[in-house]
Design a protein around this ligand. Structure first.
Ligand SMILES: [Zn+2]
Length: 129
């Protein structure tokens, strides 16, 4: 376990860089971990660069929900993955969007925008027929 400069977004404590095995029971690489908050975030493969903000149990739930409503758009081939993310970013008025880096508010906004994304995609598709 290595103490790092990365602060926990919830409590401001320094985090520890640990193997994700202590969370998942098997290793998926390193994570920054705040034990008191039960919050963590993974790193970009082969680096110690965090993927985004630490997520606690509540945020993890919201991210799961956001993925559950958003991912079918590209998994079902309505749009390809990058198109789906581009359009989502456009609707949210941001340059780029990553569910993994979103906070709870952003997750809620994503969930609200999904019906508009799919509707627009269906319209385009029908139009092209
Ligand atoms: Zn913390």
């Amino acid at each position: 376990m290595k103490i790092t400069d990365k602060k926990c977004e919830y409590c401001g404590r320094t985090t520890a860089l640990v193997d994700s095995e202590i969370i998942y029971g098997r290793s998926y690489g390193l994570v920054y971990f705040c034990k008191p908050c039960d919050a963590w975030v993974g790193v970009h493969k082969g680096t110690t660069r965090p993927l985004g903000r630490l997520a606690n149990a509540e945020l993890r739930e919201w991210k799961k929900k956001a993925h559950a409503v958003f991912d079918p758009i590209w998994k079902q081939g309505l749009l390809d993955r990058s198109q789906a993310y581009e359009r989502l970013a456009m609707r949210l008025g941001v340059r780029e969007i990553h569910i993994g880096e979103s906070d709870i508010d952003m997750c809620k906004q994503i969930i609200r925008e999904v019906p508009y994304l799919t509707e627009a995609a269906w319209q385009i598709r029908n139009y092209e027929k």
